[in-house]
Design a protein around this ligand. Structure first.
Ligand code: SAM
Length: 293
């Protein structure tokens, strides 16, 4: 079968799925199986594809038709210009999270240019936040914690992939992950987290790709979605430096509650950043430690 014909078959298989870009997805998958880039697929439409690859492609497109995420099939997701390895069991990095990372890169340059600082990321997943910051800002030593094995394994694979020696990853329940570890002075200039924040009963309303295949442990923020923020905010005060920054990704309707929670715990300079759709996406605040204690 020729590339063009095969591509069309693949596109037809998934064209009725909601939230898909059938041509892009089929092209990405076929280019991966043929070990060529996407342009090659568009410019070599008449080239013949060998039978084994045709079969494999159609088998994987059938999985995609059932809602299995493309990124778990091709085992990669681009985030902040870096190609992250992903597999089932780890949250697929979202472009919305780039808002948080971009804010941090800018903040680090403004406040800590050429100063060695430490950042802690709670709930690293594939390493999207932690590893992007470590990759783009070498003055930052990054510590990452996750409670589950697969995210830790995947983040370590990505750490190797990007050749980062300014990253240290630990297993544990939020701050317990770095508690008592030799060599870590337990104060961080920045604490970042994209914790699970979907209210439990909303998870089943999400698209199939997410609710059926992405890890629930990465989504479930308890009854009202705010469980992790309720734990992290008060505890973070012990682990932040004076004027340390606490920054979270949040759900589109959680901005006001998060602002209130941060204010209540004594955080200052609270800001809410919006995503490209104009919805609340990131909240941050600064803790003036010496003044409080
Ligand atoms: C929404 S995902 C974010 C992953 C990644 N930071 C990103 O932005 O793509 C939340 C992560 O928190 C982890 N997690 C859940 N409960 C945790 C806990 N109690 N302690 C540490 N990590 C936890 C999950 O395994 C998951 O990797």
């Amino acid at each position: 079968m020729e590339i063009n014909q095969l591509l069309k078959k693949g596109v037809d298989l998934i064209k009725d799925r909601p939230y898909t870009n059938p041509v892009l997805e089929a092209t990405l998958l076929l280019s991966q199986l043929l070990n060529v880039d996407r342009i090659y697929i568009y410019t070599h439409g008449r080239e013949k594809v060998e039978g084994a690859i045709v079969e494999k492609f159609l088998e994987l497109m059938e999985m995609r038709k059932e809602g299995y995420p493309l990124q778990y099939i091709i085992k990669k997701k681009e985030f902040m210009g870096l190609e992250f390895y992903v597999e089932e069991g780890v949250l697929i990095p979202r472009s919305d999270t780039e808002i948080l990372v971009e804010y941090l890169l800018d903040y680090i340059d403004k406040k800590y240019k050429d100063t060695a600082i430490k950042l802690l990321d709670l709930g690293i997943g594939s390493g999207a936040i932690a590893l992007s910051v470590a990759y783009y800002r070498k003055n930052v030593t990054v510590y990452g914690v996750d409670i589950y094995d697969t995210p830790l394994k995947v983040a370590n694979i990505n750490k190797e992939r990007f050749k980062l020696d300014n990253v240290h990853l630990f297993k544990g329940d939020l701050f317990d992950g770095i508690e008592g570890i030799e060599g870590i002075e337990e104060e961080f200039h920045i604490i970042a987290s994209n914790p699970p924040y979907i209210p439990k009963e909303d998870i089943d309303k999400l698209q199939e790709e997410v609710k059926d295949y992405e890890p629930r442990e990465a989504l479930d923020g308890g009854e009202d979605g705010l469980e992790f923020y309720r734990r992290i905010i008060p505890q973070s005060k012990k682990y932040l430096t004076h004027e340390g920054l606490l920054i979270f990704e949040i759900g589109y309707d959680q901005g006001q509650e998060l602002r209130d929670m941060l204010l209540e715990e004594g955080f200052k300079n609270i800001e809410i950043l919006k995503d490209l759709q104009g919805l609340d996406r990131v909240v941050l605040g600064v803790y003036e430690k010496e003044l409080k204690e």
